[in-house]
Design a binder for this molecule. Structure first.
Ligand code: GCW
Length: 690
């Protein structure tokens, strides 16, 4: 039998009996919810489960207003339900963005009524989860009058699941959640996955890896192509996806696929995939028709083209605009979108410069239903990177911000690393301080723009490998919905729903979460903007976990005279890709933020920083500080023995034991490496001399 899997933050543990507000019972013991739309089935099930968990008793579900009750919860759109229509400002509700909802306590015909309403059924789903979160957090429902709507229209999770291998690229939680071979049969767990996503406001799920072909391996062994993700576009597999898509639809989530740019040749029988060829144009249009016949609310295609061995328009002397637009024209009649990834590199010795150089000149040329999906930094999900200069500089293009939920370079879910503080830095960043002044989070208000989180939940009973990594999925969804939320709020919500309200537990787990990213940054980078000192493995897909600073000298630029990479006016001009105010700030080592200093500058080992310490001494100090912080995290967690259930306590305690060992290894490797190149001993004698 399968091990039971975790409920994550949807535990609906009874709110501490004594403090359970009486009004919860008044309003929630009776539920009058409309029926009909598939989403309403999901709403009723969730209310039954959630209210049962919270109040210790299932609510009565009514098909008409329960006038004899003291109070009730009414759930429906204003058009469908008289009580809702009578109790709210209908115009205000109707003007909410798709997904938005309104919660209000009022009186109706002598009854206390809590109204949950929305302009769309999908909004009722989000509203349901919001209400249950509100109750789980013990917040008052008296005088509730709240309007919520998503700040970003698109809020996707991108799976990097390899359908026919059941594996996950950069997934650290076991096999893929999805058993594609077993489709159209659906595992019950898919429903619980959809619930988790909907509960934090996700509205799209990309089922498969952007690496839809298996570079090298497919060409060496054609049998491998049987296992390649591009096959999902074959009719036999598409048909199998309809049930899964319908399951997600109940939760307001649209299904997307990653597709291969060479599909006209691979899936079809054309001899070219040239985007300017009419037959190719027709092939994509027919494929799109087929997909929408099966999945009418299909979200669209995600494409990794001309990147890391995946084919693209360059194979046909065409460019990214030609490539994205041919797909966009095919999807347009159906309301679908192309998410075209900007993760391209290879034509420069320093990959940082390529993205902006490639995409910025194409601003304004993409079709209306193309979203250019850009990773937060110019390199690749490093523990810390500057913001990609693309953000804020392509005003006439719909952009998507790609964040990595999974911890590819941040300890791969052996180490605890909470990404929310990092994402907040990204979202709050002012992309043009002396110009338009827009922060990253303000760039996604148009339809078709939004966030794409590279997922990683898998079939492990706890979904994410490291139990605490659940918070990254939670936080990603919450920020995609509302990027103004601050880290402390998100953490507090997550901790209380996951571990309950014991103040000591809340405080300790919160501290652990908040210090986890700084610890990882310090021991894996030295904290001055270095990055990618990870081992890369034999095969492309291996590692990014162990320290190996010797492997790619280009990333850190260590030499006898100093360390860091000149990405500035003296060298490749990367800093100059930013608007002037930022370019000036980054270009001068005196004004460049210390945490990015060596990203932009190659500096002598004995270059002095603001506090008088040298670069090399600071690197030593930060590496060891990271280890100490990891030890502190472990101690804090250990203090929860007996306060958190044994299973979760042990699991996290063991991960911290391993994290401390690995942190020490990182610090030893990096500091020895800095010493080897600099010949400068550590003032505190912690780094062995030859
Ligand atoms: O950094 C690389 C990852 C690859 C990934 C690629 C990408 C899906 O190491 O595993 O491939 O980024 O984002 O396309």
């Amino acid at each position: 039998a399968l091990e039971p899997y975790d409920d994550c933050w949807l535990r609906y543990g009874e709110v501490d009996g004594a403090s359970l507000p009486e009004s919860y019972r008044t309003y929630c013991a009776n539920v009058y919810a409309s029926v009909g739309a598939p989403e309403l089935g999901a709403v009723r099930e969730e209310l039954r489960r959630g209210i049962d968990g919270l109040l210790g008793r299932e609510p009565h579900l009514w098909q008409h207003p329960p006038r004899s009750a003291e109070g009730f919860l009414a759930v429906g759109t204003p058009d469908e339900m008289e009580v809702v229509h009578d109790s709210v400002a209908v115009d205000a509700v109707d003007s909410l963005a798709d997904g938005g909802f309104h919660l209000r306590t009022t009186e109706w015909e002598g009854c206390d009524v809590l109204v949950l309403t929305a302009p769309t059924d999908r909004g009722l789903v989000y509203g349901t989860f919001h209400l249950l979160r509100h109750l789980s957090l013990g917040r008052s429902v008296d005088d509730l009058d709240l309007f919520e709507e998503p700040a970003n229209a698109e809020r996707l999770v991108n799976h990097w699941d390899n359908p026919f291998r059941r594996s996950m690229e950069r997934g650290y939680a076991g096999q893929s959640l999805f058993d594609f071979e077993a489709l159209p049969n659906l595992d019950d767990r898919y429903v619980d996955y959809a619930r988790l996503l909907a509960s934090v406001g996700i509205n799209g799920v990309v089922l498969n890896n952007v690496n839809t072909e298996i570079p090298d391996r497919e060409s060496a062994n054609p049998a491998m192509s049987e296992l390649a993700g591009w096959r999902l576009l074959e009719s036999r597999y598409l048909e199998d996806l309809t049930g899964l898509a319908a399951l997600f639809r109940r939760y307001g989530i649209r299904t997307y696929l990653s597709v291969n740019f060479g599909a006209p040749e691979k899936v079809g029988d054309l001899e070219t995939s040239d985007p300017t060829d009419e037959r190719v144009e027709r092939w994509w249009a027919e494929k799109a028709d087929e997909v929408y016949d099966l999945i009418p609310d299909f979200g669209g295609f995600v494409v990794k083209a001309d990147s890391e061995g995946q084919p693209g328009p360059y194979n046909y002397d065409a460019d990214h605009v030609d490539g994205a637009n041919v797909l966009a024209r095919a999807l347009e009649p159906h309301g679908g979108r192309v998410w075209w990834r900007a993760f391209v590199y290879g034509s420069h010795s320093d990959r940082a410069v390529q993205q902006y150089e490639t995409f910025e000149p194409l601003d304004g040329e993409f079709h209306d239903n193309v979203t250019v999906q850009v990773k937060n930094g110019p390199i690749d999900f490093q523990p810390r990177e500057p913001i990609s200069p693309v953000f804020g500089q392509m005003p006439d293009t719909d952009l998507g911000l790609e964040l990595q939920i999974t911890g590819e370079y941040t300890g791969q879910h052996v180490h605890a690393c909470y990404h929310v503080p990092m994402w907040k830095e990204v979202l709050e960043f002012d992309t043009d301080p002396e110009g338009h002044g827009k922060r990253v989070k303000e760039l996604f208000s148009d339809p078709g723009t939004g966030l794409a989180g590279v997922g990683g939940p898998g079939a492990d009973p706890n979904w994410t490998g490291h139990y605490l990594a659940q918070a990254n999925l939670y936080g990603y969804g919450r920020l995609a919905w509302n990027p103004d939320l601050d880290t402390a709020t998100i953490t507090d919500e997550w901790v209380r729903q996951t571990f309950g309200h014991d103040p000591e537990v809340v405080e300790t787990v919160t501290d652990v979460m908040h210090d986890s990213w700084p610890a990882v940054v310090d021991y894996t980078t030295g904290g001055l903007g270095l990055m990618h000192m990870m081992y890369n493995g034999e095969a492309r897909l291996e590692n990014h976990y162990d320290p190996n600073p010797e492997e790619w000298p280009g990333y850190h630029g260590a030499s006898e005279d100093g360390i860091g990479v000149d990405r500035n006016a003296r060298a490749n001009g990367f800093a100059q890709q930013y608007p002037d105010a930022l370019a000036d700030r980054y270009d001068d080592p005196e004004t460049c933020p210390e945490e990015l200093l060596l990203f932009f500058h190659h500096l002598p080992w004995d270059h002095e920083l603001d506090d008088g310490r040298t670069v090399v001494q600071t690197l030593y100090d930060n590496c060891f500080a990271g280890v100490e912080l990891a030890e502190t995290l472990r101690e804090r967690w250990r203090s929860l023995d007996g306060r958190v259930d044994e299973r979760r306590f042990r699991h996290v305690a063991e991960r911290f034991d391993e994290q401390v060992v690995q942190a020490e290894r990182w610090a030893e490797t990096l500091t020895a490496f800095f010493y080897d190149h600099s010949g400068v001993p550590d003032e505190l004698g912690r780094v062995p001399r030859d």
